[in-house]
Design a protein around this ligand. Structure first.
Ligand code: ZN
Length: 526
């Protein structure tokens, strides 16, 4: 601390505002290699920086002239020579809130229609890798992003997710806009708790209100179910009336046309399938509107990607029109696209069919929004990424969730082979149960016996489809498994490895996500 304080004085850092110059940061790195020098910055006559400690971080603050460093933050203060006072603060929640007030660049913001990419961080330490990947490109990353299902499985709260990401933003000195996605929210409570934690992007998943049976109901049943949707006849008739005419959309740029004319029966079937889900989404939107005060204070997505059948163009049109009628402004919509979007592996399906369908979905999104098309389970879909970038003309949101965990486990396989083999065996034992809420076609028989793989070849398991999915899907069990003594079996050892080989982890994440960014055609920053 003394050495750093002397450096700050010598370099006149207390008179600066913003990031410290590179020369001062280099000197700090030499004095204490545990300082994240990208974080070092001056504000209001004080200097702040983040320091690494085993399995954690500490905020260091320095002030001159007897003033209190990092006012309000809880921590331990010390008087140093040269009239400098220093304070060491931990990264607890109350200090995290103060950090976001003091440094607004650590606070997520709304992104509206800016091209965006949510990378997802289940363990809470991947964000610096995401930032490293994003830095040079013209889009906004979503840094805190977690679904309620993921938080339940990893034992994290919306506040944890937000705090972890914001400290990482500070660690990296990242000063560009980023969003925070409360993903796959199903209930009013989900919306309220994530809003309170500071999320800015809300993905409503109304799959509990979708009536999947509608696809297979006989006509009389559809009629009955349709009638039951309405309290008064006028609403019912006006809905049918809205879709009684031919609807035609054309793209002025390419001449591409989509014509929608549908018999009343199809309209009734789609209403039976979607109307309750739309009404639920509208309710969630109004709750957010009430909480936020105005529509430009949050980004709003509706996701229907987790459905058994692809979303038809008419279904998309129906959802878009009905939401718009109710005053909902979408920033993005996640249809279920044709083909398969399995976790952690490339697209399975016909790329030409995907392209033709995406062109029409994009046409609807531009015409009735504009809003972004959201690509869920978007990791590793390299064969269709160029199509997504081109067809949507940048009006897309790419969403991945679990591949950062795979990159973490790749580091474990490389650096701690014995631990990896234990986790692998455990994952095999959990797979059947854990796969229930995911759509995957993993063949366990195709995964080689880890005891027969040499240490330095273990990481190649992360280049093969079946072993990727095995590890991808069992993350919650592996991270929260407790032994008979009540202690976590794997979690601490995984975190220790990632802590020790932090740079390997960040670089692995950066190259994985940069490949996505380039393949999606996201341009470099000018
Ligand atoms: Zn999804």
């Amino acid at each position: 601390m003394e050495a750093i304080a002397a450096l700050l004085l010598k370099n006149d850092c207390f008179k600066l505002d913003g990031p410290l110059p590179q020369s001062a940061r280099d000197e700090i790195a030499k004095a204490d290699p545990a300082i994240y020098t990208d974080s070092a910055c001056a504000l209001g006559g004080q200097v702040y920086m983040l320091k690494k400690i085993p399995r954690g971080r500490r905020l260091l603050a320095f002030a001159t002239g007897g003033s209190e460093p990092a006012p309000g933050f809880s921590g331990d203060s010390a008087s140093l020579s040269g009239g400098i006072t220093a304070k060491i603060c931990d990264t607890e929640h109350a200090n995290s809130l103060l950090l976001r007030d003091l440094f607004p660049f650590t606070r997520p913001m709304t992104l509206d229609l800016k091209t965006s990419f949510g990378m997802g961080d289940r363990i809470g330490n991947a964000t610096p890798g995401h930032i490293r990947a994003s830095k040079g490109y013209d889009f906004a990353p979503i840094l805190p992003q977690q679904s309620i299902r993921e938080m339940t499985r990893t034992g994290r709260s919306p506040e944890n997710v937000m705090d972890d990401a914001c400290w990482a933003v500070f660690q990296c000195g990242y000063r560009r806009p980023f969003g925070a996605d409360a993903d796959h929210l199903k209930t009013e409570d989900d919306v309220r708790s994530t809003f309170a934690a500071g999320f800015t992007f809300f993905t409503i998943d109304p799959s509990d209100q979708l009536n999947f049976d509608a696809d297979n109901m006989p006509e009389e049943e559809i009629d009955k179910a349709f009638d039951a949707l309405f309290k008064n006849v006028k609403d019912k008739e006006s809905l049918l009336e809205r879709y009684s005419r031919k609807l035609e959309i054309a793209d002025p740029e390419t001449g591409l046309k989509a014509v929608f004319s549908t018999e009343p029966y199809t309209v009734r079937r789609i209403a039976v399938k979607f109307l309750q889900a739309i009404r639920h989404t509208v309710r969630m939107y109004r709750i957010l509107l009430d909480l936020a005060g105005s529509a430009d204070r949050f980004d709003f997505e509706m996701s229907v990607d987790e459905t058994p059948k692809p979303t038809t163009l008419f279904e998309h049109l129906f959802v878009a029109l009905e939401l718009k009628r109710k005053g909902v402004t979408l920033q993005s919509l996640a249809p279920r696209f044709p083909g398969e979007f399995q976790k952690g592996i490339d697209y399975i399906g016909d790329a030409d069919t995907f392209k033709a369908t995406l062109e029409r979905h994009a046409l609807i999104a531009r015409h009735y929004g504009p809003y972004k098309l959201s690509i869920h389970s978007g990791s590793d879909k390299f064969s269709i990424f160029p199509i997504v970038g081109e067809v949507t003309r940048g009006l897309f949101h790419e969403k991945t969730a679990g591949t950062s965990y795979l990159e973490a486990m790749r580091v474990v396989a490389r650096k701690a082979p014995a631990l990896y083999r234990e986790i692998h065996a455990f994952a095999l034992s959990r797979f059947e149960e854990d796969r229930a809420s995911y759509h995957v076609t993993t063949k366990l028989s195709a995964i080689p016996d880890v005891n027969k793989i040499a240490d330095d070849h273990l990481e190649f398991l992360f280049d093969a489809i079946d072993s990727r999915q095995l590890i991808h899907i069992t993350y919650g069990s592996a991270l929260t498994q407790r032994g008979e003594d009540g202690k976590l079996v794997f979690y601490d050892r995984i975190m220790d490895v990632l802590d020790e080989f932090e740079e390997d982890y960040y670089n692995g994440l950066a190259s994985h996500f940069e490949r996505h960014i380039k393949s999606l055609g996201i341009p470099p920053l000018k």
